[in-house]
Design a protein around this ligand. Structure first.
Ligand code: SF4
Length: 217
């Protein structure tokens, strides 16, 4: 329906909607995060749920203790290589549709430990991230902003056509390979297929990325 006509009707007290809008509204208003934290950023995540910031206002107060009941993974803190397989396994156990917020410099890139032998340089090496939050640590306001960004993304999603979200494509995976401990690093060091989907523009440019999309390090 034409947006102007819709606005005009709503000014007259007539509300119209579509099944898609209703579905997206229901989804974005009841995103339940998984209960887990990895390091100091988790303290900010916990603060976001307390009375002062009150994440409950956004319908996300129900942190679930089981991945089977959660649809949002907030990766809050340093992802060590020892912990990365467990994070991917938890993600795989969540039902679709599921979303990921990478919270803090550590979760998005390794942060202050980027050069450490034991820290993963970003969880998006193994699972798809919807919203990245920079900062060390990001304040609760930043997490709320990321959460609202995710809600806008859900509200704008189209349920049909080529632009529909990943989980509505039958040939797209909902689970990703869990890395294993190798002699010197995780094997594989990143999910190249996923990496190339996310950074497909960069992967096409040989100057900024190798054939395996390994330009980011
Ligand atoms: S980004 Fe900073 S605050 Fe967050 S887990 Fe890493 S070191 Fe801690």
């Amino acid at each position: 329906m034409d947006a102007e006509l819709k606005n005009e009707l709503s000014r007259q007290g007539i509300f119209t909607t579509t099944l898609e809008e209703l579905y997206n509204w229901g989804r974005k208003s009841s995103v339940w995060p998984l209960t887990f934290g990895l390091a100091c950023c988790a303290i900010e995540m916990i603060a976001t749920t307390m009375a002062r910031y009150d994440l409950a206002r956004f319908g996300a107060e129900v942190f679930r203790p089981s991945p089977r009941q959660a649809d949002l993974m907030i990766v809050a803190g340093t992802v060590t290589k020892k912990m990365a397989p467990q994070v991917v396994r938890l993600y795989n156990q969540m039902p679709e549709p599921k979303y990921v917020i990478a919270m803090g410099a550590c979760a998005i890139s390794g942060g202050p430990f980027k050069q450490g032998y034991n820290v993963l340089k970003g969880i998006d090496r193994y699972i798809p991230v919807d919203v990245h939050i920079p900062g060390c640590p990001p304040r609760p306001e930043a997490l709320i902003d990321a959460f609202m960004t995710l809600q806008k993304k859900i509200a704008a999603q189209s349920l049909t056509g080529e632009e529909r979200p990943r989980y509505l494509h039958a040939d797209e995976p909902s689970e990703f390979p869990v890395p294993e401990y190798g002699a010197h690093d995780l094997e594989p060091p990143k999910n190249v297929k996923l990496w190339n989907i996310i950074y497909k523009t960069a992967a096409k440019e040989p100057s900024s990325a190798g054939e395996d999309g390994s330009g980011k390090d």
